[in-house]
Design a protein around this ligand. Structure first.
Ligand code: SF4
Length: 231
């Protein structure tokens, strides 16, 4: 990827890396000129100092153990990946691994059914669950300066999504780990910025693709070429 700034116009572009034996995955492997490990070597090396914090180190250690535990029949020798765990199970296992008991669910009003099912699963697995919907507080969208024609249902009352309130509630409830379920783009950003506890995303909202946004990427060459046009 070209940029017009420093480093001879190069910017990190792992997404375009075509190296067969990648340096980041194979000792002695190859790296293209746009490899961030070269372009931003200080940042990459400096990041390791963050693991000196015991809390971060333990969180990272457990996350990596959980990553491997999502596959079965592991052992020495050539391995054929055999994943067995849904993200729901992965989330519950990681929370248990970390010793969390009190979980927060920050969910979108459009996914209340899914949130209820998730809360039931997590409670059945022994967690305390605190959940809060995006519309908490019923604050009118006009509070944000929106006009009628900027609402979904023009001319009607609409509560704004209140991700900062969702975070504040879960902070007040002292949740130890928060799970996002279908928050809108941008609303999720605000929640993540204001939540005290570490967070994970279980469901990324996609109103068209049953909350599986990667489907548009899988079919970008066929049914979604127009995603490359600005609309
Ligand atoms: S870190 Fe370097 S070698 Fe690895 S994918 Fe990115 S560009 Fe390729």
């Amino acid at each position: 990827m070209k940029t017009d700034d420093s480093r001879e116009g190069l910017a990190p572009a792992c997404a375009s890396c075509g190296m067969k034996e990648k340096a980041c995955r194979t000792p002695g492997g190859q790296a293209p000129p746009f490899c961030p490990a070269t372009l931003d070597a200080e940042a990459v090396a400096g990041s390791l100092s963050r693991y000196a914090d015991p809390g971060i180190a333990e969180f990272a250690r457990q996350a990596s153990i959980q990553e491997a535990e999502c596959y079965v029949d592991r052992g020495p020798g050539p391995y054929v990946l055999h994943p067995t765990k849904t993200r729901t199970q992965e989330t519950a296992e990681f929370a248990r691994r970390m010793g969390y008991r009190r979980l927060g669910l920050a969910f979108c009003a459009g996914l209340q059914d899914e949130a209820r099912v998730l809360a039931g699963i997590l409670e059945a697995q022994g967690f305390e669950v605190v959940s809060v919907v995006c519309k908490v507080g019923g604050t009118p969208k006009e509070t944000l300066g929106l006009t009628d024609d900027q609402k979904i249902r023009v001319g009607e009352f609409e509560s704004m999504c209140s991700p900062i309130a969702q975070a504040a509630v879960l902070n007040a409830e002292r949740t130890e780990f928060n799970v996002l379920v279908g928050l809108c783009v941008g609303h999720d950003s605000l929640f993540l910025k204001h939540a005290d506890a570490p967070c994970t995303v279980l469901v990324a909202k996609d109103r068209v693709l049953a909350h599986a946004p990667a489907a548009a990427l899988h079919t970008a060459h066929s049914y979604y070429p127009w995603l490359k046009t600005v609309r």
